[in-house]
Design a protein around this ligand. Structure first.
Ligand code: PMV
Length: 308
């Protein structure tokens, strides 16, 4: 008997970093996925396909399996295979999708019947090991799917869209470590506590407004909020010349708005493209050497199944 699970990757639409400090953030699951296959074996083995992410997540992923084995009293004699369509260090939540897919596959194989909250809690064991003090937004969106408004300590709110929407995702070509960026932003908070508090409040407002604009299908309104959020993220140290240059390029190509997504410092930028200009924008980005793809939202969350 074998089990398999898939979890989507994600983009944080607004509110990253401030979400770690209690603000609301908006996130969407994207169609690229991490897949995990688990089967009984003579000993514990974990393997991930070459190009990714999941490589840097291997030891934390093993910790998740050990934790579940201890909690549910089974021997972790398992072979775990991870394969991914999600680039590593791109701010698209590859580690969170990996953890969520592992927990889901293991729950299915061992008939643990874990609900979504429990999947999220076990996936956080691995995420904490990688990122230090993550907010949990990544594992929530990779588990639940769709589009969510998230705040630490509250139940995530699903945002229903009046019609499907699209986000352009552009990889800056630079990898970075989420943990380093979280620490840098936390230092800005210590230096300017009152100012940071005001910006965190503003990030919450941006996220609520962005959810409304996205739900209503107002891409111009959403775009404006994205660009504004990027300026705030630059101020707190999450951006750099490369990301600012990419945002300027996207705006000059006619996008309604653009911003870094996730921890920043590299990784990816998201944008709302002008109606009818999606293909030409992607061609121009590719001509300039950037990897870019268009993501349709909403997409479903993690799922698992058994194979005999
Ligand atoms: O996983 P990344 O690199 O896309 O970024 C996580 C988002 C942060 O807000 C920076 C951290 C967090 O845990 O919320």
């Amino acid at each position: 008997m074998r089990s398999s699970a898939e979890a989507p990757c994600k983009a944080i639409i607004t509110g990253e970093h401030f979400v770690v400090h209690g603000a609301w953030a908006l996130a969407a699951a994207l169609g690229k996925k991490v897949r995990v296959d688990v089967e009984p074996s003579d000993r514990f083995r974990i393997h991930s396909d070459a190009h990714l992410a999941s490589r840097s997540a291997l030891a934390p992923a093993a910790r998740v399996v050990e934790t579940m084995a201890r909690e549910f009293s089974f021997r972790p004699n398992l072979r775990v295979d991870i394969s991914s369509e999600v680039p590593d260090g791109a701010g698209l939540g590859s580690s969170a999708s990996t953890m969520v897919a592992i927990v889901s596959a293991l729950s299915r194989l061992k008939s643990l019947g874990l609900g979504r909250r429990e999947v999220i809690d076990f996936a956080m064991v691995g995420e904490r090991e990688i990122h230090g003090h993550p907010s949990g937004i990544d594992v929530n969106i990779c588990t639940l799917g769709g589009v969510i408004l998230f705040k630490i300590g509250t139940k995530p709110k699903q945002v229903s869209l009046s019609r499907p929407a699209r986000l352009l995702v552009v990889h800056s070509g630079r990898k970075r470590k989420t943990r380093t960026l979280i620490d840098r932003v936390s230092a800005t908070r210590s230096d300017y506590p009152a100012l940071f508090g005001g910006l965190a409040q503003s990030a919450s407002d941006i996220s609520r407004l962005a959810a409304e604009r996205l739900a209503a299908g107002d891409s111009k309104g959403l775009g404006r909020l994205l660009t504004y959020n990027h300026a705030v993220l630059s101020f707190i140290g999450a951006s750099n010349d490369r990301l600012n240059g990419l945002v300027d390029l996207l705006l000059s190509l006619g996008c309604a708005g653009a911003k870094l997504t996730g921890a920043g410092g590299g990784g990816s930028v998201i944008a709302v493209t002008a109606e009818g200009k999606e293909k030409s924008t992607i061609s121009e980005l590719k001509r300039r050497g950037f990897e870019a793809f268009e993501a349709s939202i909403p997409v479903g969350g993690a799922r698992s199944w058994l194979r005999r």
